[in-house]
Ligand binder design. Structure first.
Ligand code: SAM
Length: 254
């Protein structure tokens, strides 16, 4: 990554987050093809997804979307934006236990107890992406999965909000819309990051495709691969034991 300077995560204040995510990405069919593919891949024949931690849950839409197709034991959502969590508390009405926390995932002492930890559009939407990935991985139990979306390039990656960012401006033209970091990973750097997690993953899989950056993004990249990774945790993995399953365009690699 280009920037190695440690910075603090942004505490997003914008009410546009709850306005947008309160009305979008609430149903299974609202999820991207890559997201559906990955959840179906890791669920296999199982009906229950177990305990879910949704990092950057916004209004809890992922819980509702997964609930249309699967059962689960509990749903925990964490979001740094207070409006989103307030909305989520009204939005979610599951029979299963629900916990909603308004905080930065980096401030939370997560136990390694979740069957699925999801970070969809979160780790690469803030500053401390690599720390967020590590915190999410820590929350995964043995046998469980991290599901994480990243933007990929075959060129050099970028984690520098002054050079690659997204306006949080889903509806109206505010005078000073808040900016989110728009982190892009070189494909090899993404694998290095995952391979070096502790404990090392048993499996690293990915499903993704080329697309254009969002219209609200200001970034030097014209084309990116939007990928969802799935990593499975198991004890005592040696480097050589890590398996990969890739469904990515070959032009990203060669
Ligand atoms: C692009 S939205 C994605 C929302 C949802 N995960 C989805 O895919 O529909 C990113 C969300 O992550 C939250 N977020 C960003 N950084 C965070 C952090 N460090 N800890 C917790 N939440 C964070 C934002 O407030 C926002 O609600």
């Amino acid at each position: 990554m280009a920037s190695k300077v440690a910075k603090k995560n942004i505490v997003y204040q914008s009410s546009q987050i709850s306005e947008y995510y309160g009305n979008n990405r609430q149903r299974w069919d609202d999820l991207y093809k890559s997201e559906k593919w990955v959840f179906e891949r890791i669920a296999g024949e199982k009906e229950s997804l177990g305990k879910i931690l949704d990092v950057g849950c916004a209004c809890g839409g992922l819980g509702k979307a997964l609930g249309e197709k699967y059962s689960f034991q509990s749903y925990t959502g964490v979001d740094i934006n207070s409006d989103a969590i307030t909305f989520a508390k009204r939005n979610i009405n599951f029979e299963q236990p629900v916990t909603l926390i308004n905080d930065d995932i980096l401030n939370i002492n997560t136990q390694s107890e979740y069957d699925i930890v999801a970070s969809l559009g979160c780790a690469d939407w803030n500053i401390e992406t690599e720390k967020i990935v590590a915190a999410c991985w820590h929350g995964v139990n043995e046998g469980g999965h991290l599901v994480i979306s990243l933007r990929l390039t075959d060129r050099e990656g970028l984690n520098d909000i002054d050079r690659s960012y997204q306006y949080i401006q889903f509806f109206c033209n505010e005078e000073k819309p808040e900016r989110a970091n728009y982190v892009v990973f070189n494909i090899r750097d993404a694998f290095k990051l995952f391979k070096n997690l502790l404990p090392q993953p048993l499996l690293i899989g990915a499903y993704g495709y080329w697309g254009k950056p969002s219209e609200t993004a200001r970034t030097p990249y014209h084309d990116l691969v939007f990928a969802v990774f799935y990593l499975q945790k198991a004890p005592n993995i040696r480097n050589d034991d890590i398996r990969v399953e890739l469904s990515l365009p070959i032009s990203l690699l060669f």
